[in-house]
Design a protein around this ligand. Structure first.
Ligand SMILES: NC(=O)c1ccc[n+]([C@@H]2O[C@H](COP(=O)([O-])OP(=O)(O)OC[C@H]3O[C@@H](n4cnc5c(N)ncnc54)[C@H](OP(=O)(O)O)[C@@H]3O)[C@@H](O)[C@H]2O)c1
Length: 312
């Protein structure tokens, strides 16, 4: 099969190479999926799990990419709940070969059925941003209707999902980002917007929940805005400051079949919109395959993390 592999962490995305690899074989409880669309985030090059297995042993050459949508091609021993030919989407294991390939082996529990009326590329754009927003707002942030939320980076991949899901849950949403992101954040449903380069975050007053996708100084200042009993949720590592009378939580997204199904249902009935940056064919995605480099794609589109690589 065709796959993109990386071998050299120092090379970053410039080290991505299109190669021929054997098709993966399904292990116990695995599914082999023929990948139709995949999501890739350039920051994966900095994640230890891209380079090593769970015992910290070198696993290069490794295949990046963790979001996928496709069709079940084979089942491993003992795999139940999914069948060959079924459309699926989900989040691949951080420590195994990923989704920038024609086939991937993935545990069945990391997949959910993809309804027939949802495009594969849309399906592949949902798992990381959708599950991260869902888990941060509802599991870690315990968001309730009527509460107020600051959605940092509201025009980005995760922030736009946070904005939409928080609004659907009946919250008041204040989006943040750069000046140029204002209209996009408002279009995703933010009721107010703070330009972090020139506006004053503190003017917002106190809120019940801050969803931080930026960290650093923004995270520290956000901690001071949390109301008693509120929560600072970070997806960029532990916050350097904690709310005086509230919780600070950081987490890494996990796959969850029921949540994937809830998210895709909201997409189908028009309550959610996806936020896709660029779409590329697999054999044009690796640097050098068509003269571009991944870092130039990144510059052009401004939102590397929402890059989707279509493998159709
Ligand atoms: N823990 C987890 O499970 C988890 C899950 C998903 C993502 N993440 C991490 O969360 C972060 C965000 O991911 P994403 O996919 O949403 O990224 P994204 O699509 O690039 O969105 C981030 C948004 O925040 C804006 N932004 C960043 N720094 C800013 C600043 N200093 N001032 C104003 N705006 C700023 C960005 O604007 P510009 O594009 O103009 O910079 C962009 O609009 C990444 O670091 C990612 O690795 C963690």
């Amino acid at each position: 099969m065709k796959a993109i592999v990386v071998t050299d962490q120092a090379a970053g995305t410039a080290g991505m190479k299109l190669v021929e690899r054997p098709e993966p074989r399904p292990a116990i409880n695995d599914v082999v999926v023929q990948v139709h669309a995949s999501g890739f985030v350039p920051t994966e090059m900095a994640w230890p799990s891209t380079w090593t297995d769970r015992r910290d042993r070198d696993r290069t050459p490794s295949i990046p990419g963790h979001e996928l949508a496709g069709v079940v091609a084979a089942l491993g021993y003992g795999t139940t709940g999914l069948s060959v030919g079924q459309r699926v989407f989900g989040l691949a294991d951080w420590h195994r070969d990923g989704t920038l390939a024609e086939y991937v082996a993935i545990e069945a529990r990391n997949l959910a059925p993809l309804p027939g009326d949802v495009d594969f590329t849309v399906g592949a754009s949902l798992p990381i941003s959708g599950l991260t927003a869902w888990q941060g707002l509802f599991e870690h942030g315990r968001l309730r209707a009527g509460q107020s939320v600051i959605a940092h980076g509201a025009a980005g991949a995760v922030g736009s999902m946070v904005t939409q899901l928080a609004r659907l849950a009946g919250a008041h949403v204040i989006g943040t980002g750069r000046a140029a992101d204002r209209q996009k954040a408002l279009d995703f449903g933010a009721q107010e917007f703070v330009d972090l380069d020139s506006g004053t975050l503190e003017d917002v007053g106190s809120v019940d929940l801050v969803f931080d996708v930026i960290g650093g100084d923004i995270g520290k200042r956000s901690a001071r805005l949390i109301r008693p009993g509120g929560t600072l949720v970070s997806i960029v590592g532990p916050s350097e400051a904690r709310p005086v009378d509230g919780l600070a939580i950081d987490f890494v997204v996990e796959s969850d079949r029921a949540q994937l199904s809830e998210i895709v249902q909201r997409m189908r009935d028009g309550r959610l919109r996806t936020n896709i940056g660029s779409r590329l064919q697999l054999d044009r995605a690796a640097p050098g395959e068509d003269g571009h480099s991944c870092s130039s794609v990144r510059t052009e589109r401004r939102r590397p993390s929402s890059l989707r690589l279509s493998v159709e």
